[in-house]
Design a protein around this ligand. Sequence first.
Ligand code: FAD
Ligand code: NAI
Length: 467
Amino acid sequence: MSDETYDLVVVGGGPGGYTAAIRAAQLGMKTACVEKRGALGGTCLNVGCIPSKALLQSSELFEEAGHSFESRGITVGTPKLNLKKMMEQKDTTVTGLTQGIEFLFKKNKVTYIKGAGVLQGNGRVEVTGDEPQTLKAKNILIATGSDVMPLPNVEIDEKLIVSSTGGLELGKVPKKLVVIGAGVIGLELGTVWRRLGAEVTVVEFLDRILPGTDNDVAKNTQRILRKQGINFMLGKKVTGAKTTKTSVTLTMEPAKGGDEETLKADVVLVAIGRRPYTKGLGLEDLGIETDRAGRIVVDENFKSSVDGIYAVGDVIEGPMLAHKAEDEGVVCVEKLAGQKPHINYNTIPGVIYTWPEIATVGKTEEQLKEAGVEYNIGKVPFMANSRARANGFTDGFVKILADKKSDKVLGVHIIGPDAGTIIHECVLAMEFGASSEDIARTCHAHPTLSEAVKEAALAVAGRTINS
Ligand code: FAD
Ligand code: NAI
């Protein structure tokens, strides 16, 4: 064991861990980050957010070139797919970004240690792998993230039955792709492969898609995606899978009970959620408390049940989102440094990068009803937005929910072109406790998609101009 004592050892180099490590070093802490993947950036950069967005963008361009150009007077002929090149572009993007974090570590003087960290108690972290060593630390931050939730009797082989990781690396476009789970991953990767030519069927246990998302948004999303050619089988429970060399036959039954049916596919994508990843960390030996879902229980300072050990990101409660993990990492170490930062869980946006995109922040209508909160709704379709019309993408709407008495914005739900970008003025408005009138009286440039937000804010008071 080296004599060196770190102020902070971070276990896990994903968005939660690497961001916390950089911020801690900036605040003067001697910091090391242990990562076992062989690359920094975690799930998000290596097998999540970034590769999926590269493929979403490429497949969207392919789709547009094939279907949207002609109507605008541009003839390019039938586009041909070079999947290998598309994958190379994705891989180069990932490598560039993960190496960029190594550069940021050097710049900020964070020590990057390659290997798997095991907590040993008394501020010690044993690192196994290529650089075995034991680190001493005043504080330890667990940011080990999450991994794929398995489905009983449907064994993932990453070839015919894939998780999101295999689903980002298919060597050829499957003729028939069955996606199990109509959640975020299922819809994002389902749309990628549909655009590239697969026949896609999404099988969902519940009788709706995107559970937790505003009902109105979920229903519209399903309608729009169906129009794009995605098939949905709702209320179905997958009970097993039989594979041959080239195909998979799924067995399923109605979730509410009934006769078994089968569904054949070339590839099956299992996307039924993710679970916290704490394997081999040594939590039990140290008596670190976890909840029923296996998440590390933390207090408002992100401290676990053991002094000196903290946790952030997917491994604790809350939405499994990169920006949530990042913000928690920063807040955790700023608190360690004696600062007084805050994190507002009610204003963490969620974006689903289908086309059109879906972006939400704050409460859904269902949540407000359940809480007995009275609210006004301002809702306008993108059809009434001049920029959306000029761009030729008019599906979707902006919906603002504001408190009936105070007019304070309680939630915003957008489905539409670039929803993930335009939601941010609403996030900021909510962070500052704005009313819908505040948004309505803010000058918005013309012609922009963001004008739909202003129009929806005007709609809350029933005084729209353009719709
Ligand atoms: P992770 O990113 O999972 O990082 C944890 C790291 O810890 C891993 O690299 C792991 O190797 C390492 N580790 C684990 N155990 C040890 C150990 N004992 N020793 C050393 N290292 C260890 N979120 C978004 O906000 N936007 C998106 O567009 C988005 N797209 C996604 C697409 C897909 C396909 C997937 C799967 C996820 C996506 N997510 C997205 C979710 C996002 O990736 C996660 O919320 C985010 O990565 C969580 O960050 P984290 O730091 O908590 O954990
Ligand atoms: P999810 O929780 O979003 O969706 C899982 C879906 O599977 C749900 O609709 C659920 O009802 C369904 N399901 C569960 N068990 C089932 C079964 N046995 N049969 C059929 N359906 C079943 O999980 P997903 O899509 O795997 O994503 C995991 C996490 O990754 C999400 O929590 C999300 O936060 C994050 N993510 C975020 C992205 C983004 O921000 N754009 C993109 C991709 C992932």
